[in-house]
Design a protein around this ligand. Sequence first.
Ligand code: UDX
Length: 440
Amino acid sequence: QAEAPRLTVIGTGYLGATHAICMAVLGFEVLGVDVDERKIGKLASGEVPFFEPGLPELLAKALESGRLRFTTSFEEAGEFGDVHFICVGTPQQPGSDAADLTYVDAAVRALAPHLNRRALVVGKSTVPVGTAKRLTGIVHELAPAGTEVELAWNPEFLREGFAVDDTMRPDRLVFGVASDWALERLQAAFRPVLDLGTPVVRTDLATAELVKVAANSFLATKISYINAMAEVCEAVGADIKDLADSLALDDRIGGKFLKPGLGFGGGCLPKDIRAFAHRAEEIGVGQAVSFLREVDDINRRRRARTVDLVREMLGGISGKRIAAWGAAFKPNSDDIRDAPALDVARTMHGLGGHVRVFDPAALDNARRAFPELRYGESAFDVAQDADVVVLLTEWSEFREIEPDALAEVVRHKRIVDGRHALDAARWRAAGWEYRALGRS
Ligand code: UDX
C-alpha cells in the first residue's frame, strides 16, 4: 500500500501524547484514544497535561492542521485506524517488583473487537518479555471473525525533557514483527523518520520487548557503577569526580550516564530493572540478571548516604533548618515519580529537620504528593536562615547561584552538593563548607 496509514495512539499519557502529536506533525492522520475524558478534553483543547519543552507548540500546530483528533471511543479507533499504537503505562505493581499489565491488557481487549478490517496493532509500552506473544493470542481471539489482525512490537526510548527530539529523530527504530506485511506497515508508519536515515533493526517480538529493558538496565548499571566507585573513593579519601572524568575520556566507556551523585529515579529506570529481574526469575534465568538487585541497592544507598552527609555536617538533623533544592527526579522535568530528591527531603523531615523544598517546575506535583513537607517560592526563599543547603536536582538555575549572594541569606555557609553540579573550589573560596558524595 503506497498510501500513508492512518494511526491511532491508545493511551495519551507521556509516551502516547508525544507520539500522537509528533506523528501528526510529521504528516499522518492521527486519532488519540484514552479512557480518561479529562485528559482527552485537555489535549483536544490544546493543553499538554504534563511538562515537556516544545510539545505545547507542536500540539497547537497539529490541532490546527486538522490531522490530530482525540476520542474516548474504541469503536471510533477501530473504524479509523490502519496501525494502532498501544502506549499505555506499565507501572510497578504495589507490593511487588512485577510490572502491572492491567492497562495494556485492557487497551488490547477494548480495541480488538472493533478491528473490522486488516490492521496492525503495535505495542510501544515497556513490558515483560513474553507479553507480545500473549497479546497476540488475545487479539486473534477477540478480533471479529475473518479480519486479519497482526501484532508487532516497537519499543520506545524517549527521555523526558527530550521527548520531541527523541521521537522525531530517534537513534534507532526497533521493529519486532512476525511477517513481512507487518514490517511494511511499520515502515509506512515511520516513513518520514526512516527518510532521515534512522537505523532500523528488524527482529522478532521477544527481542524487541527485551531491547527496551536491556537498554534501561545497562544505563542504570552504568550509573550505579560510578556510584559504587564513589563509595570506594569515600573510604580512601579519593575523588569520584576526577575518577569519573578520567574514565569518561576512554571512548570505550564514554562519559554519558557516568555522572555520580544521588542516583537514578523517575518512572522508568527503577521500575524497569525491578520488573526485569522479576521476569527473569519467573522464566528461570534469574541468576543472569541478579546483579540488577545490586544495581538497585547501590542506587538506594545513595539516598541514605546523602542524608548521612547532612547529618555529619550538622552533627544531627533534628531541629536544623534545611534548604532542599530540587524535587523533580531530574532537571527540566516536573516528574516526581521515585524522585531521589523528595526521598531525601522526606527522610530529613522524618528525622525532625525543618526542611523547606524548592523546585523550578515540580513544586505543584510535590505539594500534592507530600503535603507534610514545607515548600518555598525560590531557591533563596527556602535558604533563608538555613543551617545547610542541599542540592538534590541539578537545575541550571541552582548552578548559576552566586555563593556570595546566597551567603547573605543563610545562617551557616554549608552546602551539600548531591549531584556534583557546583564548582567546589569556587564555593570553598567564598568561605563555604562544601561536601559531596565520593569527595573529601
Ligand atoms: C530513561 C531512559 O533514558 C529512556 O531511554 C527511557 O525511554 C525511559 O527512561 P528518563 O527516565 O526520562 O529516561 O531519564 P534519564 O535522563 O535517563 O535519567 C534517569 C535518571 O538517572 C535521573 O534520575 C537522572 O538524574 C539519573 N542519572 C542520569 C544519573 O544519576 N547519572 C547520570 O549520569 C545520568
